[in-house]
Design a protein around this ligand. Structure first.
Ligand code: ADP
Ligand code: MG
Length: 331
């Protein structure tokens, strides 16, 4: 498979990446180790300043892929290149330095912030760990600026994280992720745990910060409703396989993979006649067990268009429209 962004040198390039988790043993003497094939032969790239949306059902491998590109997991196969450097096997001090440039915004702002620390301590922690704050005044000045950028009042700084609402907590989580001035952020379902009423505000904040600071995002979501406005391109993951990747407008206007069509059919459209005209595709069955994925296309067990070939061969990701790639024999 070739590079999908030929125009600029990618900030991140993922090539034929596979991630496996050991899950117990089988066989007569328990000698055979079973693996969850959580990510299988996935390739994509992200350009500087771009947002790639990553969408798939729960269990499709989104968090695993996000953690892998940040090198919080070691790949079973394939490579990860960041700013032109192969980081697939980076370890030790080099990995620690690399972490300054790539940060994670967590899904659950209730679980990811230690309630016994003040906002100052939470946001300054990465600076202290990396030895980047000269003294407490210096840390306080940096944190004050970060809180302001993230839309939090200055008096937040000496309070404890538990005193805040979900939306405010996520702003604190974002300020913390930005403290080391990273270039690249993986936002793992950053608004899924928030009230619907504050989701758009947090997405808008991420968009504003991207414009101000020139950030590059991998923005993860479990459905297509949240990612549309923030993503330049969108990648669809199904059971550890990339099934479609395309510029946002092309994906919404001409979805090619039957799984993408099903996901799109459940996104509400603000225009009632269009909504009425559109057929809701309800998928039957469950995501296949990634410990024993079926031969051929992993979507075959639920696909309304399945053909004999799909049950034996794995469809390759192919460019079917300009910059619009899909892995499907039928489309
Ligand atoms: N540490 C782990 N050990 C074993 N299996 C795991 C581990 N982490 C994730 N998995 C499995 O990998 C698959 C993908 O999980 P995950 O990346 O969390 O999906 P998502 O974020 O899309 O919900 C699931 O089948 C999950 O059970
Ligand atoms: Mg997840």
């Amino acid at each position: 498979m070739s590079d999908q962004t030929a125009t600029a040198t990618p900030l991140l390039q993922v090539d034929r990446l596979s991630i496996r988790f050991p899950v117990g043993r089988s066989g007569f003497w328990g000698k055979q180790v079973n693996y969850v094939s959580a990510i299988d032969d996935v390739s994509f790239s992200i350009s500087p300043g771009e947002t790639l949306g990553l969408v798939g059902e729960s269990g499709s491998g989104k968090t695993t892929l996000g953690r892998a590109v940040l090198r919080r997991l070691t790949p079973a196969a394939g490579s990860i290149t960041f700013k032109g450097n192969d980081i697939t096997a980076t370890t030790g001090e080099e990995l620690r330095q690399l972490r300054r440039h790539m940060q994670l915004v967590f899904q659950d702002p209730y679980a990811s912030l230690n309630p016994r620390k003040t906002v100052l301590q939470l946001v300054a922690e990465p600076l202290v760990v990396h030895g980047l704050a000269k003294n407490t005044e210096d840390a306080r000045a940096t944190v004050t600026d970060l809180l302001d950028r993230c839309g939090l009042p200055v008096d937040t700084i000496d309070r404890y994280a538990h005193a805040f609402s979900g939306g405010q907590r996520q702003r604190i989580g974002i300020a913390r992720a930005l403290s080391l001035r990273p270039d690249f952020i993986v936002a793992d379902e950053p608004v899924s745990a928030l009230d619907v009423s504050v989701r758009a505000q947090v997405v808008n904040l991420l968009q504003d910060l991207q414009a101000e600071l020139g950030l590059t995002y991998l923005f993860i979501a479990h459905d297509l409703s949240v990612v549309r406005h923030i993503s330049h391109r969108i990648a669809i993951l199904y059971s550890g396989k990339l099934v479609e990747i395309a510029p946002t407008h092309s994906l919404y206007e001409s979805p090619l993979h039957p799984y993408t069509e099903a996901l799109l059919s459940s996104v509400p459209i603000p225009d009632p006649p269009v909504q009425r005209a559109r057929r809701r595709i309800v998928l039957q069955g469950e995501i296949p067990n990634p410990v024993n994925p079926p031969d051929g296309c992993r979507f075959q067990t639920r696909c309304p268009l399945v053909e004999a070939r799909c049950r034996v061969e794995t469809p390759p990701l192919e460019e079917k429209l300009p910059d619009h790639w899909a892995a499907c024999f039928v489309r």
